[in-house]
Every structure is written in structure tokens, then in C-alpha cells.
Ligand binder design. Sequence first.
Ligand SMILES: [Zn+2]
Length: 475
Amino acid sequence: MKKNNKITSRELDFAQWYTDIVKEAGLATYSPIKGSLIIEEYGYAIWESMQEVLDDMFKKTGHKNVYMPLFINESLLNKEKDHIEGFAPEVAWVTHGGNEKLEERLCVRPTSETLFSDYYSKKIKSYRDLPRLYNQWCSVVRWEKETRPFLRSREFLWQEGHTVHETEKEAREETLKMLDVYETFFKEYLAIPVIKGRKTEKEKFAGAVETYTIEAMMHNGIILQSGTTHYFGTNFSKPFEITFLDRNNELQYAHQSSWGVSTRMIGALIMTHGDDNGLIIPPKIAPTQVVIIPIGEDEKVVQKAKELETSLLKNNIRVIVDDSPKTPGFKFAQNEMLGIPLRIEFGLRDLEKNQIVLARRDDYSKKEVSLDEDLNELVSNILEEIQKDIYNKALARREERTYKCTSKEELEDIVKNKPGFIKAMWCEDENCETALKEIGGLKSRCIPFEEEHFYDKCICCGRKAKKMLYWGIQY
Ligand SMILES: [Zn+2]
């Protein structure tokens, strides 16, 4: 079905295929600043669409938006030892203001735990001041050596939730609740199935007691860590002195959480659903859900296109008419590239037969439909069907590429020949986890919530297995 010669075939060169789509669909382009990306209009429209849904989900779960400064004092960043150790290698520093050297360096935020903690320490005095459930939309900077559009760049857009609670129980519940929100968003909006679980001690966030994650498999079997939530316990509240008088008038340290997803999700969309002709955007997140392409310039055809557009818009379907002076073939290819879920096309001859043609982006199926039908309902139904179908396709692909391994040889073979999710039993010793990393860049993904016990021995050392781990090669 490959028709678009501007895009390298996915089978031929996955990395080039990805880059071609990013470029050709107008998602992003390189900037004069190394490792920093210009998000172009279509990429930004997709981001806004994601933002809109997520922001609503955050607000419905009681969160409010705030905005913290871009800079963090070095002394503030240094307050939590693990946190600074984790981020130090990738922090960008501001040393001068104009021509004057600053007395204290400022870091460009790599994440904002320290700023929120400092703020909370000043605001919170009593249990009556709790909880605080905040989120911020912003960009952060991490000085990555190797970068890739949307997957890894020095500056990226994200949201970071930062909450502070009276009790451990509440903070832990929040951490898991937001993981569920992420899972719902991925499943129901992005049509991407995810594995939910906890990161191992070794892979958890710098400064966290526990890190939870959703992990998704891309089309080539590589795994993308797609969203994380962290329970901090009192790891930040102690050094930052976030204390409050509890219900018994005793001084307590507050419990915190944080959680984030980023523009990585655009990368996930491309690599989960896209094909050799471009993007396939799930209808629920697509900036444009339907494109109407009138064929020929006959007044009746143009008129009908406008009429349909008005009617669909009234029914809250995001639709555009593409009546640009280009050939239908060019327009078809262009709109396929953009991944618009449904195309409506018709010419004078169709109208004479009282029909139009509906063409699905995901499976290229075409259907002639009588104009007597209720087109609003029909289009809504098809969009729903597409949403479901692409999710199921992604799920089937993941199942097909999820393996249970009991020996290192087996593991090596999979990593080399058909990467995907690998389930393996583990003794819980970090040395075993580290040892497996030697195999082709393999990394533990998570200890899943849905545990299985399919073998008694640790895949690495042969001792008694305690947990099943998911493994994979990561982006
Ligand atoms: Zn072991």
C-alpha cells in the first residue's frame, strides 16, 4: 500500500521513516540551537489537543494549574541529595546576568520538585492547608548528548503535577490515581495499550521512594516509557522543612507526589499507529477528524462540500474542506500523511448518483454512501470504529511481541531478532538486573501490577525467583 515516495519504508529503515514523517507532516524541524526542536504548526496542534484532554482530566481530579519560575538557585537544587545526583549530569547553568557574574549559579529547571517544595514549605502550616494539588504546563531543559525529535531533546514541553498531603496513604493514593489517569488517556484517547507497573530501585526517579510507570511498545518492538508518577514520602519535605501541625497539634512532615507526561507522546503516536504513507491519528485526538475533498470545480460539488461541512461542524465533528487548487491525488496523499482519520470525497458524477465516498485512513477501506443516510451519525460511528480498531491492532501487535523467557540464550535471541516486551523471572537482586543490561541495551521496564509466576528461577543467577519483570530495549 506504499504510495508516498517522500517517506522511507518503515520496514526498510525505521529511524528514517520516523524522521521523514516528522518532517513531511510538518510536526517539527531542527532549530539553530543544537538538540532543541522547533515544534511546527501541526505538531503543536496535536500537542494542544492532548493538552486540552489531559488538562480537563487533571481538573476533574481536583488539580489546579500554577506556574513556577524557569530558574532554580543552585543551593535549592542541592537540598535533596539523590535528586541532584540524578540530574547533575544534564543540568544547564546560567552563570551571568548581562555582563555580571552571578553570585550563585542558577540552573534551568530540569524538573520542578525543588521549587514546589520550597513554595510548600512557606505556604503550609496546618493540616487545614492540605492537600495542595497542583499542576504546571511548561518546558524543561535536560542537556542530552544524543537527541531525537519528540523522544529526546534538550528542551521539551510537558506537564508536571506536584502534590502535597497530610498522610502517606493519601499521597500514595494520589500517585496511583494519576497513573490510572495516564493509562486512561493512553488507552482511550491515544489508542495505545500500556503496561502499568513499578520501577525497580535502580530505575526509579532521583529522590523518589517509588516510581510508577506506563510502558508502551512501538511498531518496531522498542519500548517507550510514556509517563511516570512518583511517591516521595518525606524525602523532600525533610530537607525543605515542609511541616504542619496535624489534627493532634503535633508537628509532622508532609508527604508528596509528582507526575508527568511530555511531547514524547507525539513520538508514541507516530511509532504506534503510523504507516508507510504517514501518520494515523486516533479520531479522539486528531486536530482534524474529517477532510472533505470535492473533486472538480463544479458549483454543485463545492456547494455540497460546504453544506456537509456545516452539518458535521454542528455535530461537533472537527472537519475541514480541502478545496485548494491541487489535484485530488495530491490532496489524498497529503491528508493521508497528516493521518486525518476519515476522508469524504465526491465529484459531480457521485452527486448525480446521490452518493459520496467515505475513505478510512487506517485501513484504506472505501465505502459509497447514499446522501439520504444520516451522515452525521454515520461519520460519528465510523470515527468511533477507527478509534477502537487501531487500539485493538496495537494491542494484538503487542501481544504477538510479548515473550516469556526462562534462559539468557532465549533472551539474547529475542533481543537480536524480534525485540518486544520480555517477561522474565527475577530474584530481586540488583546485580542480576544490571547483568542483563549487557545484552543489547536491554533495560528493566517495570514490575507489573499484573504479576505472573511462570518459572521458579531467576533468569540471571538461577536462584529462587521472587518477581516477574518486564524487559525491553528503550528509547
Ligand atoms: Zn538473580
